[in-house]
Write a protein that binds this ligand. Structure first.
Ligand code: FES
Length: 81
């Protein structure tokens, strides 16, 4: 299983393999642990709305498991990357 991060500003694509135990953590924590820059000024409190992907999903409030239920192809679109 993998995710594919598509930077819409740069066109850059990054692929990251994930493990079964990654499914319970938030997408924000997972991306940060793999050195993917995700904007945030509230550090995951769900207030700043800067950690958005797919135009309106907050990575700090979405586990990888929930993400794959909504986006089975594992593609993450980040407007500012
Ligand atoms: S990090 Fe601020 S809303 Fe997600």
């Amino acid at each position: 299983m993998q995710i594919e991060i598509i930077g819409q500003a740069s066109g850059k694509v990054t692929k990251i393999l994930l493990q079964e135990n990654d499914l319970k953590i938030t997408l924000l924590a997972f991306l940060r642990s793999h050195n993917v820059t995700i904007a945030s000024s509230c550090d995951g409190d769900g207030v700043c709305k800067k950690c958005v992907i797919q135009n309106d999903w907050l990575t700090c409030k979405l586990t990888l498991e929930s993400f794959f239920q909504c986006q089975p192809d594992g593609k993450i679109y980040v407007g500012y990357l």
